[in-house]
Design a protein around this ligand. Structure first.
Ligand SMILES: NC(=O)c1ccc[n+]([C@@H]2O[C@H](COP(=O)([O-])OP(=O)(O)OC[C@H]3O[C@@H](n4cnc5c(N)ncnc54)[C@H](OP(=O)(O)O)[C@@H]3O)[C@@H](O)[C@H]2O)c1
Length: 324
């Protein structure tokens, strides 16, 4: 089969479409014939040599895929050869075939094209596990999503709205109209406006109950300032650095909580539990049309370098798919 390999870390040109051995399904695994994968920001870090796959994961990039079950390993139940699926991966999605632990498979939701389904697993699992399971976003609360136009952000807006929250986002101005169409109530141009002031203004001074943050250190003090009493800050990205300053006095006075999580390195049983939760709680929202894959565009899997160039400009909104 073919896969995107990274013989030497570097720029987008480091992604090379190569002939590689076919994967074999291990016990409890399924081989998926890939229809599509999708680009995640973490893939750019892996390409640059900064985010190696965890032990046991396929060497090729790609944290999610969709396609058809091609082979079953020993002990797999509940799936058949020929089933249309999408999957959360620790790597290996940029390939014609990939072996996946069966606990990380999801059916393609009714009403979603099998190719578009590749846009869902990583964002659904990340957003649900952090915003719903960990931060317990409740109806009537305010959710602040940084980077509302990202793959993660476009999903978080829709899930927040579907759960009855008011969603406030930061994004560059050119993306605001589309983000309001997705359900964001308030859009903040982080380049021109102070998001702390804006969040306070639109919440009558209360602040945000839950903040989904991708900026890390650069936003830590201001995120704490923007939290409501009893607020929960969840850091899932470090685009603004990893070492920040934390005013514990302010956090304590607000009885606030800070979480920081990563999905890729979690043990298989935790991933399977998250996938089960997504299937039970998020898939019905996708099937009802309340939450949809937001696809900016499609590139050929063999031309993954072009998709990486686009993501580096940040001109995309939502997900960029890589199609066979
Ligand atoms: N921890 C985990 O398990 C996990 C899992 C998945 C993703 N993530 C993280 O989630 C983030 C989003 O991932 P993705 O693949 O969806 O990324 P993406 O589509 O490439 O989006 C990156 C976003 O960052 C935004 N951004 C850049 N500077 C900003 C600033 N100063 N303030 C607010 N937003 C800013 C950009 O917004 P504009 O275009 O509007 O400038 C862009 O929408 C990444 O940091 C990724 O590492 C974490």
């Amino acid at each position: 089969m073919h896969a995107i390999t990274i013989p030497k870390p570097g720029g987008p040109e480091a992604l090379v479409w190569s002939e590689v051995p076919d994967p074999e399904p291990g016990p409890g695994e399924v081989v998926v014939e890939v229809s599509a994968s999708a680009v995640n920001r973490a893939d750019l870090l892996q390409r640059q040599g900064h985010y190696p796959p965890p032990p046991g994961a396929p060497a090729y990039p790609g944290l999610e895929c969709s396609g058809v079950v091609a082979a079953l390993g020993r002990g797999v139940t509940g799936w058949q050869v020929g089933d249309e699926v999408c999957a959360l991966l620790a790597g290996g999605g940029y390939a014609e075939r990939v072996a996946v632990p069966a606990g990380q498979l999801l059916p393609v939701p009714a009403g979603v094209d099998v190719v578009d389904a590749a846009a869902l697993p990583e964002v659904a699992c990340t957003v649900w596990s952090n915003v719903v399971r960990l931060a317990r976003l409740a109806e009537g609360e305010t959710l602040l999503v940084h980077g509302g136009g990202s793959g993660i952000g476009t999903f978080a807006i829709q899930l927040g709205v579907a759960l009855g929250a008011t969603v406030v986002v930061t994004a560059r101005a050119g993306k605001h109209e589309r983000l309001r169409e997705l359900g964001a109530t308030h859009t903040i141009d982080y380049r021109e406006q102070d998001f702390v002031e804006e969040v306070r203004r639109v919440t009558d001074g209360r602040g945000a109950d839950v903040i989904l943050d991708i900026m890390g250190a650069a936003y830590l003090p201001r995120n704490v300032a923007a939290l409501a009493t009893g607020g929960r800050l969840v850091v899932i990205g470090m685009q603004g650095g990893r070492k920040g300053e934390l005013d514990l006095g302010m956090l304590l006075a607000k009885r606030g909580t800070i979480h920081a999580t990563a999905l890729r390195s979690r043990p298989l049983d935790e991933k399977a539990e998250i996938v089960r939760g997504v299937r039970e709680q998020v898939w019905p929202l996708v099937e009802s049309g309340a939450v949809r894959p937001v696809v900016h565009g499609r590139a050929k899997l063999a031309d993954a370098a072009d998709a990486h160039r686009l993501i580096e400009t940040s001109d995309h909104l939502g997900k960029v798919l890589l199609v066979r």
